[in-house]
Design a protein around this ligand. Structure first.
Ligand SMILES: Cc1ncc(COP(=O)(O)O)c(C=O)c1O
Length: 476
């Protein structure tokens, strides 16, 4: 097995793609203005008025506060995908005008992604993935060479930025503080005391919404000879994100994100990584599309990104991602951030007025949180409340431990041993929180609606519990 470096074919492909950049529909520089703003965006969100049957038989449009899980589609994203499918041909393989057109659009979207995250095309390569989980697994498979390779991550992480490292390498963790924030001095302590190869951190938590200062972490990682990977799943639709720091040692080496969390529900996402490092490693998944030539018992593999994209690609996912980037940039991240802060504050202020509420994370200083608020009520089971919100009021939230179990247990103050006792329990009798996560289209009126119905939902949840002989502990 061999990987060819700096091949002539690779250089030729680069020259062709640069030349075509100016003539292809979705070039990085050509995004035109279409009137997408925070005030108008709601008109473009698909399905907001769709009435769904509630458990009580009534029909109602759903108020969606589950945007951290996935975001609804935007009509212009769907339109773009449908339009581009008229000209769809095989990517990178066929000889036809449609194939040429689709291949250009597919490749030129890499430039758009690079621009979106401020990465220098001379140094960074984009490869497409199915989602953040897939991207982090692929990176772990590629970068980790032996089980003893040390990865430092934190106790704030989603399982997708924990388990791939656990399974492929050896993981150590930086703890969180009393409010659930990442502790940077812990990160430095771990780096100082251990020979860490990679630091992998989330840019924003899906549980508390805390934004990590990833450039500060990058500086620490580089100081101790490690490379940094950033899980961008919860940042890309919420904050302007640049992989480039104020100084070179603050630059991010690898960044991973999903398109379905940014209003393009066709699957897909991207890894943006240092070209030199990607070239140096083999991705460890193989097949069509990844090679230059195969002989009877030898293979010459292509350079990145081709070597990282085995099999036929998800073209609608890439087209949708490109369009979603255009729209988010046009709406503007300053406005998105300001809007989320208003919604966060309104919800937290309202929750504080409800008896027995518990808000996780820092509920006084919300300035370093994206639009995610997680809470409980100490006198009622959270699953029953979330069910009530859905069944009676058509409000979508999430309840549970949000694929970030170790972090949620810490916010609860539960020890690992205590958590083991819940292993065999049904969901309802396992600790869980209610999460409200905002999208760019959510409104203050929607927050008020939730706050208005919450006391009723709590009352109904308690009644359900009584009628079922105390089926559920409050658990908070
Ligand atoms: C912080 C974080 N990382 C990773 C993921 C995984 O993303 P995906 O399900 O798109 O792979 C999520 C999903 O919620 C997340 O919130």
């Amino acid at each position: 097995m061999k990987k060819r470096k700096n091949s002539l074919l690779g250089i030729a492909a680069l020259i062709i793609s640069v030349c075509l950049l100016s003539s292809c529909g979705q070039s990085a520089a050509s995004a035109e203005k279409n009137g997408y703003t925070l005030d108008t965006i709601r008109d473009y969100v698909v399905g907001l008025d769709e009435e769904m049957e509630l458990e009580n038989g009534k029909k109602k449009a759903v108020t969606n506060f589950d945007n951290a899980a996935t975001t609804p589609a935007l009509q212009p994203v769907m339109d773009e995908v449908n339009e581009q499918l008229e000209k769809y041909g095989s990517i990178g393989r066929g000889f036809s005008p449609k194939s040429d057109y689709s291949t250009d659009l597919y490749n030129n979207t890499r430039d758009k992604v690079l621009e979106f995250v401020g990465a220098d095309p001379e140094k960074y390569t984009v490869f497409y993935v199915n989602n953040t989980t897939d991207g982090l697994n692929k990176l772990a498979l590629a970068l980790i060479e032996k089980k003893s390779d040390l990865v430092l991550t934190t106790r704030i992480e989603h399982h997708s930025n924990d388990l791939p490292w656990r399974e492929n390498g050896t993981v150590i963790y930086a703890e969180v503080d009393d409010q659930g924030r990442v502790m940077y001095d812990e990160i430095e302590k771990q780096l100082k005391n251990n020979k860490v190869k990679y630091v992998s951190v989330t840019a924003a938590s899906n549980v508390t919404g805390y934004v990590t200062d990833v450039h500060r972490v990058a500086k620490l990682a580089h100081k101790y000879g490690a490379k940094i990977i950033v899980d961008g799943a919860q940042i890309v639709a919420h904050r302007k994100f640049s992989m480039i720091g104020e100084t070179e040692d603050e630059n991010i080496d690898f960044f991973v994100f999903s398109a379905h969390k940014m209003y393009s529900p066709y699957g897909g996402g991207a890894v943006v990584g240092l070209t030199e490092d990607l070239q140096e490693h083999m991705p460890k998944f193989y097949g069509g599309g990844t090679i230059y030539i195969v002989g009877d018992d030898w293979v010459e593999y292509a350079d990145a990104p081709k070597s990282y994209e085995a099999g036929s690609p998800n073209y609608p996912g890439v087209v949708g991602l490109g369009k979603a980037i255009d729209i988010l940039q046009e709406v503007g991240f300053d406005d998105i951030e300001a809007h989320e802060k208003v919604l966060n504050q309104r919800l937290v202020d309202g929750l504080k007025k409800i008896d027995n509420s518990i808000i996780y994370g820092d509920s006084e200083d919300l300035s370093d949180r994206v639009g995610v608020i997680t809470f409980n009520f100490s006198d009622v089971n959270s699953q029953l409340v979330a069910e009530e919100l859905s069944h009676s009021y058509g409000i979508a939230t999430r309840r549970g431990a949000f694929c970030a179990n170790p972090y949620v247990w810490r916010l609860y103050g539960l020890t690992d041993e205590q958590v083991r006792n819940f292993a065999e329990c049904s969901d309802i009798n396992t600790p869980g929180m209610i999460r409200v996560s905002f999208g760019i289209y959510n409104t203050e009126e929607e927050v008020d609606y939730l706050l208005k119905v919450l006391p009723e939902a709590i009352k109904k949840a308690k009644k359900t519990n009584e009628e079922n002989w105390g089926m559920a502990e409050p658990l908070y």
